[in-house]
Design a protein around this ligand. Structure first.
Ligand code: 4FV
Length: 266
């Protein structure tokens, strides 16, 4: 897969794509990341890429011309048609499902805005999709682009050593991930759950699914609402909720005592 990034900070983006799993995917030629700086295509002596926002008000806007020229050269740099994505808070929320779809494309381009954003006419003419990494305002689209490069790059076949791990990812089955443990089995912080040491892979799979279901129910009930649970998952989630309620109940007396003690102390 090829990913082209249009950004005022090409070195930063190349560096982001040179480390870890994504860097290794590039070395294995499973992924190619290229960066294009619109400032290299500005035609005035000051290599201007931004201008005052029409209608007044604070802030600058990225100009059409340098971006149009950079996008033209980028498109012609490889034969594959390119799906152009603009990173902005106005975009659709990025999800693992969208990441998995993008990872199957031969080529995408990531347009990174700076300042207040990009002239709307350029976006209307050049952009196929607008994506947001979250409801907050960044100073540029580069971090969003880095998120997509990482999330898509690690899904390239052969990018992850243990092919399995992508399947067991959070959200790959629409649930949060289960807890993970490594040696030592016993530590002052607690012990590794027995079942994980049992070698009983069926029991381990059920334990992990139960934990994923329980965590999703506790932390992201919105995700549970988005998917139908099969009979096994329903049974495991009910089991988790019963145990959780028992633990809550068991802890409640002590918490009440704490509260009482607190009052007394204050
Ligand atoms: C953003 C986001 C984001 C907005 C104006 C760049 C900034 C500035 N991108 N998800 N949230 N972009 O805040 O993707 O140009």
């Amino acid at each position: 897969m090829r990913i082209d990034v249009v950004t005022l900070f090409p070195d930063f983006m190349r560096q982001c794509a040179a480390v870890g799993v994504v860097g290794r995917a590039q070395q294995r030629e499973l992924l190619q990341v290229e960066a294009w700086n619109p400032r290299d295509y500005a035609t005035d002596n000051y290599r201007t890429v931004d201008g005052r926002t029409c209608g007044g008000g604070p802030g600058m806007v990225m100009l059409i011309e340098p971006l149009r020229a950079a996008l033209k050269v980028m498109r012609e740099a490889a034969p594959e048609p390119v799906h152009v994505i603009y990173l902005s808070p106005q975009g659709a929320r990025l999800t693992q499902g969208r990441v998995e779809a993008l990872a199957k494309l031969p080529r995408i381009a990531l347009l990174c805005g700076r300042y207040e954003g990009v002239d709307e006419r350029l976006l209307a003419h050049e952009v196929d999709e607008e994506l947001s990494i979250g409801d907050y305002v960044l100073s540029g689209g580069e971090l969003g682009a880095a998120v997509i490069i990482d999330a898509v790059g690690r899904l390239q076949d052969g990018a992850l050593n243990d092919a399995q791990s992508a399947e067991q990812d959070s959200f790959s089955n629409g649930l949060l991930d289960c807890p993970h443990y490594a040696r030592p089995v016993h530590d002052a912080l607690g012990d590794v759950p027995e079942v994980l040491l049992s070698g009983d892979h069926a029991a381990i799979r059920r334990w992990r699914l139960k934990q994923s279901l329980g965590r999703t129910w506790l932390r992201r009930p919105d995700l549970l609402a988005q998917r139908a649970l099969d009979a096994e998952s329903r049974a495991l989630l009910d089991e988790f909720r019963r145990e959780y309620a028992r633990e809550e109940q068991a802890q409640r007396p002590s918490r009440q005592n704490d509260a009482v003690n607190d009052d007394r102390n204050h």
